[in-house]
Design a protein around this ligand. Structure first.
Ligand SMILES: Cc1cc2nc3c(=O)[nH]c(=O)nc-3n(C[C@H](O)[C@H](O)[C@H](O)COP(=O)(O)OP(=O)(O)OC[C@H]3O[C@@H](n4cnc5c(N)ncnc54)[C@H](O)[C@@H]3O)c2cc1C
Length: 406
């Protein structure tokens, strides 16, 4: 009899490991309700049980076992290379590490925006050039279909550095347990602090709507000149769309946590006991005195969780500024180091309305925000700026005056 269900739907992380482990290709990954889920082809399934056995969501006990103790120290860090620092999500630690790892003969698995398919996905990088596309956070749950099979082959040739959010790191570690340890090279894993994975389906629909029919070469949410904006880049890196997190509907919903995968609200990886060798995040709540010494906005937080984590830090020691901080400071400033993200009260309403009204309709009804009108106003403002440039300093003056009077 064919397998009907791999794990409880509510527990599935969407890691797609089952897809890659299935020996007969009976599992496909489909977008259901906005997120990735496995679907079994009953005709092909041979009931070997591999998908159920290795499904990370079916191995809660192993998740608990693979957690390290809370570290004694936290580190604030940022790249010494100002350009790198500026062009990164926070301190550029993930990219510095990836570069150093490749320079030492390894390969890195990171997340990029695929300009052919418009899908945010994990990919293998073997050159420094390939790494560039992985820099900066993409606030979308990545697609991992097929990546595990590629890692399985490549890891026989070269050491592997896997970077992803914690549930992805756990899937990677599970994959490694299925491999013949005598035939693979050393592997290391870095978890990126994560408050939740946003809907890949909504993201894809959104960018296909706002691109004005133009080809999208890359996307950006964090880092660089437009840090905190959703930016779409087209041919010759020309900006097609640039709306900040206060105005872009997708970014607004990411910040409000209302388009997260449902099980992110009961994330088993939240907390200060981490499952990877090295944990990287934003150092929110960093001491003011230390902050004053950082000239570029953004600083990373990292935890060393294992001996392998130490090895990783050692290879970038001369490339980054590092300051030891009390671990309590890091935990206090970053809620994912305490508990899972709380489900927002409007979550169910938004998703229920989206079924009938579509995402934009639901967004407008739930947040009472007319994005289309805002778009028109911004276009008019841009035209006005071109016709009458002094309007910009005049507006600034008026805002200052208004704020000053408050
Ligand atoms: C969905 C998501 C939620 C996050 N939530 C938090 C949070 O609540 N608190 C916090 O402190 N930090 C959070 N971060 C992490 C933070 O935004 C930075 O990514 C992190 O601090 C690394 O910064 P960096 O400058 O070292 O990275 P960079 O040097 O800019 O490199 C970015 C790294 O992130 C990886 N990456 C990019 N997009 C994704 C993705 N979608 N999934 C997995 N990996 C990805 C890339 O492969 C690359 O290795 C989140 C990141 C993501 C992707």
């Amino acid at each position: 009899m064919a397998i009907v269900q791999i794990c409880e739907k509510e527990k599935c992380f969407g890691c797609s490991l089952c897809h890659d482990l299935c020996p007969v290709g009976a599992i496909s990954i489909e977008t259901i309700g906005g997120f990735y889920y496995p679907v079994i082809d009953k005709e092909k399934c041979v009931s070997c049980g591999k998908c159920q056995k290795f499904c990370p969501a079916n191995n809660e006990e192993n998740i608990e076992k693979s957690k390290n103790e809370t570290p004694d120290i936290a580190y604030a860090a940022w790249s010494k290379d100002d350009k790198r620092h500026f062009e990164s999500a926070s301190g550029g630690i993930a990219t510095e590490l990836s570069k150093a790892f490749i320079e030492r003969g390894g390969f890195v698995v990171g997340v990029w925006f695929n300009p052919e398919t418009y899908v945010v996905e994990h990919k293998i990088c073997e050159t420094i050039d390939e790494l560039e596309a992985c820099a900066k956070s993409k606030y979308v749950q990545s697609s991992k279909t097929g990546i595990w099979s590629k890692i399985k082959e490549k890891i026989k040739e070269k050491p592997c550095l896997f970077i992803g959010v914690p549930c992805e790191v756990f899937a990677f570690k599970t994959l490694c347990t299925t491999l013949d340890q005598t035939k693979i090279k050393p592997f290391y894993c870095v978890d990126i602090l994560c408050r939740g994975g946003s809907s890949p389906h909504i993201f894809n629909e959104h960018i296909r709507k706002i691109n004005n029919g133009k080809h999208i070469k890359n996307i950006s949410f964090r880092g660089g000149e437009y840090d905190g904006s959703l930016v779409l880049y087209g041919k010759d890196d020309k900006i097609i769309y640039n709306f900040n997190a206060l105005y872009d509907p997708y970014y607004i919903c990411f910040e409000k946590h209302s388009i997260f995968r449902k099980n992110c609200f009961s994330c088993m990886f939240a907390g200060s006991k981490r499952i990877s060798d090295l944990t990287i995040g934003d150092f929110w709540g960093l001491d003011e005195q230390v902050l004053k010494t950082i000239k570029i906005n953004g600083r990373s937080l990292f935890f060393i969780n294992s001996e392998n984590g130490n090895t990783l830090v050692n290879i970038i020691k001369d490339k980054i500024n590092i300051t030891e901080r009390p671990v309590e400071e890091a935990i206090k400033g970053n809620f994912t180091l305490n508990c899972p993200t709380e489900k927002p009260k409007e979550y169910d309403e938004l998703w229920n309305k989206a079924e009938k009204e579509g995402f934009y309709g639901a967004f407008k009804l739930v947040y009472h925000f007319n994005w289309q009108r805002k778009q028109i106003l911004i276009k008019l403002w841009n035209i006005l700026k071109c016709i009458f440039p002094p309007i910009v300093p005049i507006r600034r003056f008026v805002i200052k005056l208004f704020k000053g009077n408050k």
